[in-house]
Design a protein around this ligand. Structure first.
Ligand code: NAG
Ligand code: NAG
Length: 573
């Protein structure tokens, strides 16, 4: 019998074999199996399961670190694997790991001659194409342009397993292998033109915000509804398993300049947050298109997050409530119960922390205080009945469980030296004076022991700072203040605290969701200031761009801003 004839040497070899299989999976970062995604579906004790999921991950992490000294698989093994796949007469079917309008995480998406193919025998189970893709043309607000962005079968199509074999199977009679070439690893595929890519806000706080919400959420087991306590704790969690690595980003309709903004923040961000992610462009996509243009050859993407801005705008949340593509990804994951840390931007924490570290912040500076939640169920009400049914329960209700900052830091990002959207110069001066007076008064109160907090004011001109400095300044900010504009994008590097707030100055009557939605999606509070009044959720203004919105005569009444900040810290607001 096998057991009796097993020598020590055999046993060692078997172990070695098992071990190299393990290494193999580590090395090739196989996409997580369906099993791991559905892990929670069959357990009765979700609390234990969540603990176990966390422990498992930690174990995996330790292994990754400790096993790196072992030799990696030889190139021959990799060739073997490729050859086996190339002999296949049955191609992996397409499936969807997660979908929201404009955000679709596929397994086994195919591309031939520029068309994306869903290989399936049950097309009915897939979302409408128009909720996944478009022609990728720049968006304008006209009926003609909207029609021109509706996808055709050249953009995306179904293919049956038989047709796929017919088309891409090669000719086995003459010993030809199949014609399917695998693009190994995990891919982000962006279907948008440069129109909105070459802006810091749109690339970081919209596109990659959505990527992170989706990628981070999709690979986790869902939170459970059976235990509110656990669900609430996960809502405040900053500690998460690491999702699969992203190997490449493909900007299919943009060249190398198309996704870079003039100040250079987009490239800083991408290299900081994803240091080993390769970036491909339209030219590279064309290479793949041309190489498959006789239709007999095809590329297979084993795991790909496909995004499309126009498709997001066809969704209800983005299309009619927020105009933010990321909000579809955010709400979609929340609905699935998979947006961990949603009350405090915990889902964004891995990216934020990577950028903080890149910017030179020490471990001490990056440290987040533990959040003390009561052990009984805590009820964080949705707002219900407000204009804004989205982001339910976000903001001040959840914020009260967070620690107070040790130092209250007010950061005013001035646009006074830019070419448009500026404050009336005297109003800017008064605003700065009022803030200086507030900070001075608070620090005097601190000296006589009435208040225990230090206060700081920083009036910044972002264009005069390095990117590292901008990130570090944002990270220690409690109140970020400025006229509507790209400078406020830095709010995504703020550290959550009990009173973290973004105060956005608009021309009276004007409003846009850009920074309002972004602030709230990270669990912070947003105020829109119109000269001597302010509005916040759920009483936020409607979107409006009145005459004067872009101008250089924006009024602001400094004392009201100072009072708003004082009241927030004092717990009055
Ligand atoms: C490849 O795409 C081009 C452009 O869309 C089209 O004209 C051509 O017919 C396609 N080739 C095949 C084999 O389908
Ligand atoms: C702004 O508010 C101040 C204080 O109420 C007021 O004196 C001023 O006229 C207002 N400015 C504008 C342009 O409404």
């Amino acid at each position: 019998m096998f057991r009796h004839s097993l020598t020590r040497r055999d046993a060692f070899l078997i172990l070695l074999g098992a071990f190299s299989m393990h290494l193999w999976t580590l090395f090739f970062r196989e996409p997580p199996s369906e099993k791991s995604i559905l892990i929670d579906a069959r357990v009765n004790n979700p609390a234990a399961e969540h603990r176990q999921a966390a422990i498992t991950t930690r174990t995996i992490l330790t292994k990754t670190v400790t096993e790196t000294a072992i030799p990696i698989p030889t190139p021959d093994a990799a060739l073997d694997k490729a050859a086996r796949e190339r002999d296949n007469r049955e191609f992996p079917h397409t499936s969807i790991i997660a979908h929201a309008p404009g955000w679709t995480l596929f397994k086994n998406l195919y591309m031939s001659n520029g068309t994306l193919y869903i290989l399936t025998s049950s097309p009915d189970t897939f979302p409408e194409f128009r909720l996944m893709t478009s022609t990728g043309l720049p968006a304008e607000n006209t009926a003609e342009n909207m029609a021109a962005r509706e996808p055709t079968k050249e953009n995306m199509d179904f293919i049956t397993p038989n047709d796929a074999l017919e088309r891409w199977g090669g000719d086995p009679d003459r010993g030809e292998t199949n014609r399917v070439w695998t693009v190994e690893g995990n891919t982000l595929l962006f279907n948008d033109p440069p129109q909105f890519l070459h802006h810091y806000y749109h690339l970081v706080a919209e596109l990659f915000f959505g990527v992170q919400a989706f990628w981070h959420g999709a690979f986790f087991p869902p939170e459970t509804t059976t235990s509110e306590v656990i669900a609430q704790q996960l809502g405040f969690s900053n500690h998460h398993p690491i999702p699969p690595h992203i190997d490449r980003a493909i900007f299919a309709h943009s060249n190398a300049e198309g996704w870079r903004d003039v100040p250079g923040f987009n490239s800083y961000f991408i290299r900081a947050a994803y240091p080993s992610m390769t970036v491909e462009h339209q030219q590279d996509w064309n290479d793949r298109t041309i190489a498959t243009n006789d239709g007999t050859r095809v590329w297979r993407f084993p795991v790909v997050l496909f995004t499309d801005r126009s498709a997001s705008h066809r969704g209800r949340v983005c299309g009619s409530l927020t105009q933010r593509t990321a909000s579809e990804a955010w709400e979609g994951m929340k609905k699935l119960g998979k947006l961990r840390g949603r009350h405090i931007g915990g889902w964004w924490e891995p990216v934020r922390n990577a950028v903080w570290e890149f910017a030179g912040m020490s471990a001490q500076e990056r440290r987040l205080d533990e959040i003390q939640l009561p052990t009984h169920d805590i009820f964080i009400p949705g707002v219900g009945g407000g204009k804004d049914e989205i982001l339910d329960g976000m903001g001040s209700e959840a914020q009260k469980f967070l620690p107070m900052p040790e130092t209250v830091v007010i950061t005013y990002i001035s646009r006074q030296s830019s070419s448009r959207r500026k404050l009336i110069p005297e109003d800017h001066d008064v605003l700065v004076k009022e803030l200086e007076a507030l900070v001075k008064r608070k620090n005097e109160e601190e000296k006589v022991g009435e208040m225990k907090k230090k206060w700081e004011l920083h009036v910044l001109q972002a264009e005069k700072m390095t990117k590292d400095e901008q990130v570090r300044a944002a990270a220690k900010t409690t109140f970020m203040l400025g006229v509507h504009g790209n400078g406020l994008t830095s709010l995504v590097w703020m550290k959550p605290s009990q009173v973290s707030t973004v105060i956005e100055l608009f021309y009276p009557g004007g409003f846009a969701h850009d920074y309002q939605w972004t602030t709230r999606s990270l669990g912070m509070v947003h105020y829109a200031v119109w000269n001597d009044t302010y509005r916040t959720h759920p009483d936020k203004p409607d979107v409006a761009y009145p005459e004067g919105f872009q101008g250089n005569e924006i009024p602001v009444y400094g004392p009201i801003v100072a009072k708003l900040i004082e009241d927030r810290v004092g717990g009055v607001l």
